[in-house]
Design a protein around this ligand. Structure first.
Ligand code: GLU
Length: 460
């Protein structure tokens, strides 16, 4: 076939129409699910050049199939609180795509959790997991349970009830959950205990993010934050820059933020702010990470308490103001849509050079557009925060071998994976004519592997 200009124009039009038609079906079929629509739109728009170049993906109906979860499970989670009152939460697991391996993705416990949130996260997870080059499909789950201000006993009763239903749907070769917002080592431990009790089998690889003494992997705790910084460091290096002596703002103060702060500081940056869901702290001398770790990881307290120990720092109620702090590098590591168009404009006005998304979908579509237009280096979540799930896959590998690796071994592998994700995203962007656009590059690189596997496996 001769590729003429006219042919290219026609296939681009056909590809655009195909993407638009499938997107409209998604909107109709999933009314009111705004976060899900947003995640789908971001990926779909990136894929137009792929369909224009390789119409076979349209012929195989890849988009129609990939956007529909293989399975979506919703269930009742009844439990009794410390006052003896019956509580009911809603549990979810979306088993989105198993073309590359068992469903893999975290569980989020947060009051905002609903089908839209779980589906946006699950859909993104397919492409993120593909980018890691590990044999893992995409899934996600969680509950609208709020672990904040709950006693240990309440958290245990809830997670045991949650796992009592979830257990029948998961397994080391079927679906392997892990943590996300509100689910850390404590929750994973309780869930692992309950799974083992129900199944009467020690399937170490059924959950990741486990404690080190029962099958967890070294570096898993640090992996998402470290991975984000490794990715951004690569992106900066490619543009003649580095973390050294740079001012960095990191939102959040959970597991992703804490280890992003740690690694950025190790690379010579000064991190001046972090936050929680109530507000943020600004410490112009550099955030004292030991204090943040103790407050958040050990004492489960609010970030506002930081200023009691560091009177030179200030605490501001409300989270969005954190983006008013001038910085060279911003690492949004808190939650979805925390950077909107106005926050992006402020960051750009203040001279930000690079963004690395440690959280899932922290920037709105308008914010992403603004960063790309202003030529700010932009590391999208799927690529930049893939280190967590990548090390989860390494945890599964160690569980299968019944052989743990050292911290250095896992950290080295993580570093290599993040460099490769960067390289592959750059290459895909270049190949399809979007030089420097890592949003498009990561989406395409992640998509191609899953799409080819789906074609090989037939219409399923
Ligand atoms: N929740 C994390 C993510 O968004 C990690 C998932 C996992 O380790 O399975 O990728």
């Amino acid at each position: 076939m001769t590729v003429t200009k006219e042919w290219t124009q026609n296939t681009t039009l056909t590809a655009k129409k195909y993407v638009q038609d499938v997107f409209e079906t998604v909107q109709k079929r999933n009314p009111g699910e705004n976060e899900f629509h947003q995640a789908v739109k971001e990926i779909f728009d990136s894929l137009v050049p792929v369909f224009a170049k390789y119409p076979k993906y349209m012929e195989h109906g890849i988009l129609e199939r990939i956007v529909e979860p293989e399975r979506l499970i919703t269930f009742r989670v009844p439990w009794v609180d410390d006052q003896g009152k019956v509580q009911v939460n809603r549990g979810f697991r979306v088993q989105y795509n198993s073309a590359l391996g068992p469903y893999k993705g975290g569980l989020r416990f947060h009051p905002s959790v609903n089908a839209s949130i779980i589906k946006f996260l699950g859909f993104e997870q397919i492409f993120k997991n593909s980018l890691t080059n590990q044999p893992i499909g995409g899934g996600k789950g969680g509950s609208d349970f709020d672990p904040k201000d709950k006693s240990d006993a309440e958290v245990m009763r809830f997670t045991q009830s949650f796992m009592t239903e979830l257990a029948r749907h998961i397994g080391p070769d079927t679906d392997v959950p892990a943590g996300d917002i509100g689910v850390g080592a404590r929750e994973i431990g309780y869930m692992f205990g309950q799974y083992k009790r129900i199944q009467n089998a020690y399937h170490a690889g059924v959950l990741t993010g486990k404690g080190l003494h029962y099958g967890g992997s070294l570096t898993r705790t640090e992996a998402t934050g470290y991975g984000t910084v490794y990715f951004v460091a690569e992106m900066l290096k490619d543009n003649g820059l580095s973390f050294k002596d740079r001012t960095v703002v990191v939102s959040g103060s959970g597991n992703v933020s804490i280890y992003a702060i740690e690694k950025a500081t190790q690379l010579g940056a000064k991190v001046v702010a972090c936050s929680d869901s109530n507000g943020y702290i600004y410490d112009k001398n550099g955030v004292n990470l030991a204090t943040v770790k103790r407050l958040k990881e050990v004492e489960r307290k609010r970030i506002s308490e930081y200023v009691l120990e560091h009177p030179g720092a200030e605490y501001v109620e409300g989270c969005s103001g954190i983006w008013n702090i001038p910085c060279d590098i911003a690492l949004p590591c808190a939650t979805q849509n925390e950077i909107d168009e106005a926050a992006a404009a402020t960051l750009i006005k203040n001279g930000v050079k690079a963004i690395g998304e440690g959280a899932n979908m922290p920037s709105t579509l308008a914010a992403i557009d603004a960063f790309l237009k202003a030529n700010v280096l932009f590391g999208p979540a799927k690529a930049a925060n893939a280190g967590g799930v990548a090390v989860s896959a390494l945890e599964m590998a160690q569980n299968s071998m019944r052989m743990p690796w050292t911290f250095e071994e896992v950290d080295d592998k993580l570093h290599t994976i993040m460099k490769n994700i960067y390289k592959n995203s750059v290459q895909a962007a270049n190949e399809f004519g979007f030089e420097g656009n890592l949003v498009v590059g990561a989406n395409i690189a992640g998509f191609l592997k899953v799409a080819d596997a789906m074609i090989d496996q037939g219409i399923v």
